[in-house]
Design a binder for this molecule. Structure first.
Ligand code: GDP
Ligand code: ZN
Length: 316
């Protein structure tokens, strides 16, 4: 008999599926699935609603045979296999990107690269600047500049300190009742923040994922946790870098939201906002209506994509 379930964890080999009566089954999948014509490293992802057949009642194993239509999903180029896509999560209400200005330093362009993943489905993003307790005047100035830049284009920004509690109540409130993907580069304090939000959760995370050699907590796979106050978070592994050979130049242009908005007024409908005449984005840039930082990062992403594609062509 087919069962309905929610994928709450993926380990690469198994998918952990929770039924409506909160029973968990270890499921696998048979057959090939594709997305946007590209190969996927993981056809099923955390947040997916699936139908599965119970294989072994005692062992609690099953086989997934249907993925319900996704409301949205977040996908990236696989960090290990360049020509594969990796699904981070699906069916989310919002994404929380945790960054810090210092310790470790914020990587130039990282925020904009992340936003390229959430923009295709217009997934709301909260950018959390953690470790504010370590910010001096220079870091605060950088924070204020970034906050102005991102709030102007309707991304929510929040200052937090996981260690001294600043902003935690606000963050909690933003998470309640919603399904939120939580992401960030490693070391930004994601685990500490989750622990500050709901102390019960992190113990579970640690128990299940174990520790790395340095005694540090490591999360290897995405996992969905239900929050005490309602809603859930999808904890994802720390991101090192983001490349996009699944996108072309116009995809990037369309997913910089303020550029897309302005592009209606560009002379050419396929304007890439670089050297084309009568470009509304470049005009807005000159008038400081478009952030120079965003524009520089945009050019950098286009360069990366074009050089990656160049090498791909010459490899063949
Ligand atoms: P993750 O890799 O993003 O999960 O980061 P962790 O939660 O493991 O935190 C990395 C390091 O940053 C740890 O030593 C934490 O104690 C520290 N840390 C986390 N949040 C804060 C914060 O708000 N302020 C300060 N000063 N340190 C923090
Ligand atoms: Zn243009």
């Amino acid at each position: 008999m087919a069962q309905l379930g929610l994928v709450v964890k993926s380990t690469g080999l198994w998918y952990e599926v929770e039924t409506e009566s909160n029973e968990r089954y270890k499921c696998r999948i048979i057959g090939k699935f594709r997305l946007q014509g590209m190969k996927l490293t993981n056809p099923v992802t955390v947040g997916d609603k699936v139908d599965f057949e119970i294989e072994d009642v005692e062992e609690k194993t099953g086989i997934i045979n249907k993925i319900h239509t996704r409301k949205n999903y977040i996908v990236r180029q696989s960090p290990r296999k360049k020509h594969f896509l990796h699904l981070l999560a699906s069916n989310v209400d919002q994404a929380v990107l945790i960054v810090t200005i210092t310790n470790p330093d914020l990587k130039q362009g990282f925020i904009d690269r992340f936003l390229l993943m959430t923009e295709p489905y217009n997934i709301p993003v909260i950018i959390v600047f953690n470790k504010v307790d370590l910010y001096g005047p220079d870091e605060m100035e950088i924070f204020n500049r970034l906050k102005n830049c991102y709030e102007k284009i309707n991304y929510n920004c929040l200052l937090t300190s996981a260690t001294d509690g600043m902003g935690i109540d606000e963050l909690k409130e933003l998470l309640t009742g919603k399904t939120s993907l939580i992401s960030g580069q490693s070391g930004v304090g994601k685990s500490t923040l989750i622990n500050a939000i709901d102390p019960g959760l992190i113990l579970k995370t640690k128990e299940l994922s174990g520790y790395s050699g340095k005694g540090q907590h490591t999360t290897t796979f995405a996992e969905l946790y239900k929050l005490k106050e309602g809603g859930s978070i999808i904890d994802t592994p720390g991101i090192k870098g983001l490349s996009f050979n699944n996108l072309n130049v116009l995809d990037v242009a369309h997913n910089f939201r303020e550029f897309f908005e302005l592009s209606k007024n560009c002379r050419f409908s396929n304007c890439t906002h670089r050297n084309e005449p009568k470009c509304a984005v470049k005009k807005a840039l000159e008038e400081s209506e478009v952030s120079e930082l965003r524009y520089m990062n945009y050019l950098q992403i286009l360069d990366d994509i074009e050089s990656q594609n160049h090498w791909d062509i010459h490899e063949m």
